[in-house]
Design a protein around this ligand. Sequence first.
Ligand code: DGY
Length: 330
Amino acid sequence: MTFRFLVTDSIPDSGLQMMRDAGEVTVLPTAPNPAELRALCASGDYDVLLSQLADTVDGELLATAKLRGISNYAVGFNNIDVAVATAKGILVSNTPGVLTDATADIALLLLLGTARRVVEADALVRSGGFEGWKPQLMIGSDVAGQVLGLAGFGRIARATARRALGFGMDVVFSPRPPAERMVSDEELGEFAGKVRQLPWQDVVAQADFLSLHVPLTEDTRHLVDASVLAAMKPGAILINTARGPVVDEAALVTALREGIIAGAGLDVFENEPALAPGLAELPNTVLLPHVGSATGPVRSKMAVLAAANAIAMAKGQLPPHPVNPEALPA
Ligand code: DGY
């Protein structure tokens, strides 16, 4: 039996070759629009869809999909309606673990870059505006001794905490905002005695830097809204490497413009790739094009995981990284 894989955008060869060894692989030359993707998934020509974050795999697509599985080339899977997939017996998988350090690196890069105004400083030098050392040139914020507030305490938050402790920061966190949940010392592991857990509202109020590490769900959509921004310190900096819609981006633009908070470092946007009006004009921001996992080795490992997931699902087996194992028929 030949397994058939539909890949919506080219991924590294490490993964493509695994699928080619297992069956037939169709890599689309351009990203499909929703109607095209729906038609391809309904055609019955493919066993598994290897999807990207930009592919909307919603109830409408799933209603007519003839697929065994959907292998998302990402750890996040908010682009997929998992409840509908499960109801239809379609397995969904993701690529956890391999992008933890790379994403935490980007969180720190944004934190340092925003604190020390790297984009403005770089532009000054390139424009010929650097006239020599001056006591008041490009004054930024300290990082050592400052409070880093983490929303979430999963893999990427922990890797961010590890780095921040190395920079001499005081790390506080709320594990599952906006809900309140306490993490036991056993769960804290290496972090016991090194970081403090606080109610979400105290994390917000105490943070000099607030870094977001929660999945996008109905509970976390606009977790950071105008009221949360108003409760932050005026000198605080917001860092988002999670998902854009966790922040009300229009409210963020207002807060940055009016000095309600001091800055923002963003790798993700509410309506990616579009930016909220006014965001790109704000000097107190560092804006990256969703590159948290963008290193060669990481993307290659993601491709291997996505391919291993896809091959298992094509065979009717549970993938190594299932999101909805209950979808596998007994
Ligand atoms: C993910 O994996 O969810 C990232 O956002 C992209 O690699």
